[in-house]
Structure formats: C-alpha cells, structure tokens
Ligand binder design. Structure first.
Ligand SMILES: NC(=O)c1ccc[n+]([C@@H]2O[C@H](COP(=O)([O-])OP(=O)(O)OC[C@H]3O[C@@H](n4cnc5c(N)ncnc54)[C@H](O)[C@@H]3O)[C@@H](O)[C@H]2O)c1
Length: 360
C-alpha cells in the first residue's frame, strides 16, 4: 500500500471551494484502489491569515511543508492585501525555495465547443507549455530609487543563470524526445539583448545533444499570434517565467477559460515537494457563491497522479473531465451550465467511478 502525504493550502476566495472538490476525487480514488491511500494536512495560510498575523504563512512554513510528498494549492490573493505580497510571500516563495523550476501547463482542448476559435477542434489544440518557474523576470531582483521624488527610478532585473536556463531547456528537450513531439522555444532576442539572446544560445547549444528533436524558435509576439491563429503548430513549448505566465492565459482562453486551466510546479529531482494548482486566481467576483468551476483544480489532481507515477489515474481523471464536458447542463455557469461547484464535484466522482469500476 502506497501512502501519499499531501499538504493542502486552500488559500483565498474560490481556492477552498475548488480544493474541496479535488480532495473528493482523491478520496474516491482511495476508495477504488486498494494500493493507494492519502493523508491530508490543511494549512490555513493566505490573505485572511495575513490580516490576523501579519504574514502569509508561518515563519517555519517551508520546514513544515518539506516532509510532504506534494502540495495541493487553491489560490492566493484577495482585496485588502496587496497582490505582490500575497503572491510573493506564499506562492512564489514555495516555488523558489522548493526549486520547483518546472511549470507544466497543458493547453489541450478537451471539447471542440469550448474554443472561441472558428474551425479548430481537439486535434488542433493539444500541446504542453513548459515554463521556467524559479528565476527569469520573476526573480524579484531590482530596486526602487528616489521613491516619490521627481528622479524616481525602478529597476526590475530579469535573472537568467546558466544553470537555471539550461536545466529547463534540457527538461523540455527530454520531454520532447520521450514523447516524440516537436519543441518550440519562445523568447525575445531582438529586444531583450542580454537575457533572451542568452536563452536562444542555450536552446541551440543544448539542442546539439538532441538531433532527433525537431525544433522551432519564435519571438513571443509572433508566438502569441500563432497561439490564436495556428495552435496546431505547437506540441511542446519552452519559455521563460513571464512569457509562460502570459502565453498560458492565451492557452486558457482558447481551451475553455480559467476554470479549465491547470499547472504543476515540479521539482523533478524530488528533493522538495512539488505543488499542484489550478492556474486561476481566487476570483473574488464569484467567491462564496458556490459557482466556481472545480474542473481546473480536478485536472491538477490528474497531474498529481501522473507525478506520483499513477498514470492510469491521471488518464482516468482527464477522460472523465472530457466526458463531463459533453453535457453542458452538469457544468458551472462559466461553461454554460447551471450546476454548483460541489454538484460538479459530486457528478465527477460518480462518473469516475462508473467509468473505472464499470469500465463503461
Ligand atoms: N495562482 C494563484 O494563486 C493566483 C493566480 C492568479 C491570480 N491570483 C490572485 O487572485 C486574485 C484575483 O485575480 P484575477 O481576478 O486577476 O484572476 P482570477 O483567475 O482570479 O479571475 C479572472 C476571471 O476568471 C474567472 N475565474 C477564475 N477562476 C474561475 C473558476 N474556477 N471558475 C469560474 N470562473 C473563474 C473569475 O471569476 C474572473 O472573472 C488576485 O489577488 C491575484 O493576485 C492568484
């Protein structure tokens, strides 16, 4: 029997609402698979915690999280706490300190009705964005000089180390080789004359070790255009922290929106726990209404199961999401349905059981 210890950080807004549905799915798996069990520990960190304690997480929070096999996070950020504090002092802190340098964001159309792109179907939109997740434009390096004075200057320095750049690019080449897919690097060497010229050089250099992988290189502006006009060009995409963040929102827009976008923050060496989360934020506009779409958070569970090398469950979850999407009535309002968050979770679990146990 394998026991996986999971740290839950439901966070703010709709975070706790969608995490509850992901946990339902894990509990259902436990009930169906005698070889797997999960233990959950919930951490109350987030904006409410900040307002009470003046910090987003405990001082020894990372120490507390370290023994876990994985972290399952809802969302952080809420009006009343500046976003740069909520994001940097919890989410980005965990990503950086736990060296979760790989951010895996699938851009996969699960049902053709979900894309606003005319004439595009499931076969046209199915790729994986591998985003650098530990440095780059989000390194937090910079300065704020002469604050409030006429001479005011702010510096936000992108940090691209050889180690950091090489390892994410190598990870992407490995993934492309293993899955026999093409690899596209997205950068901006024409304008960012240090960081992105370096990125392009490393991409070419590492590529010499992978002559079997077919590669493309696009500038981020052109890539943004192709995400919309020709998504079928892409199979695996590797890019920097900021570009990956923005491009994957376009990815979400062409595949059904924020309620269906997932991301895994992976430490491939497993020195630290990896973290699984929907891409969306805390959605204060719909928080507490019980209408948040939990499917992105449930898709994160699929990524979690793949990470635990329980790929049969990863695939079963994804297949069940696809089946759910066939019937609009049982979806949340963002996807045109009338169901509540917990109704979607309940129906998901029922269908997963039917498809798995009943081999439907
Ligand atoms: N990973 C994270 O924790 C994360 C990511 C992005 C933003 N944030 C934070 O979340 C807060 C809100 O940010 P935002 O409004 O820019 O982004 P958001 O993703 O929270 O919301 C954007 C829009 O998408 C909708 N939406 C998002 N998730 C949905 C879901 N599951 N079901 C249905 N609709 C959904 C929202 O209602 C809103 O209209 C901010 O404090 C921000 O810093 C956190």
């Amino acid at each position: 029997m394998k026991n996986f210890q999971i740290a839950l950080i439901p966070g703010d807004g709709i975070g706790p609402e969608v995490v509850a549905e992901g946990v339902k799915v894990l509990q259902a798996i436990e009930g169906m698979d005698a070889s797997i069990s999960f233990s959950f520990t919930t951490f109350p960190w987030g904006c409410e915690y900040y307002l009470q304690h003046g910090k987003m997480m405990d001082d020894d929070g990372l120490e507390q999280l370290k023994p876990f096999d994985a972290i399952y996070l809802g969302a952080v950020g809420y009006p009343g706490v500046p976003d740069h504090i909520s994001l940097r002092d919890l989410l980005i802190k965990i990503r950086k300190q736990f060296d979760q340098y790989v951010n895996l964001r699938p851009v996969t159309l699960l049902h053709s009705s979900l894309t606003p792109l005319k004439a595009k179907t499931e076969k046209d939109i199915d790729f994986l964005v591998i985003r650098e997740n530990s440095e780059g434009e989000y390194a937090g390096a910079g300065d704020w000089l002469y604050k409030g004075m006429p001479e005011e200057v702010v510096l936000q320095t992108g940090v691209f180390s050889r180690k950091g750049t090489e390892r994410i690019i190598r990870y992407a080449y490995e993934e492309a080789r293993e899955s026999n897919r093409t690899l596209t690097s997205v950068s901006k060497g024409n304008a960012l004359n240090y960081s992105m010229v370096f990125w392009d050089e490393v991409f070419a250099e590492v590529g010499k070790e992978y002559p079997d992988v077919k590669t493309y290189s696009y500038l981020v502006d052109a890539a943004s255009l192709y995400f919309v006009t020709n998504p079928e060009r892409f199979e695996i995409v590797v890019t920097s922290n900021l570009f990956g963040d923005i491009l994957t929102d376009i990815g979400a827009a062409i595949t059904g929106g924020m309620g269906l976008a997932t991301g895994a923050n992976v430490n491939p060496e497993k020195t630290f726990p990896s973290m699984f989360e929907p891409v969306h934020g805390s959605a204060p506009d719909i928080a507490g209404k019980g209408i948040a779409n939990p499917l992105a958070a449930i898709w994160s569970i699929s990524q979690l199961m793949d990470f635990f090398e329980e790929g049969q469950w990863g695939r079963a979850i994804l297949h069940t999401i696809k089946r759910m999407l066939e019937d609009k009535e049982q979806l949340t309002p963002d996807l045109g349905g009338k169901a509540s968050t917990s109704e979607v979770g309940d129906q998901f679990v029922e269908l997963l059981k039917r498809l798995t146990v009943g081999r439907e």
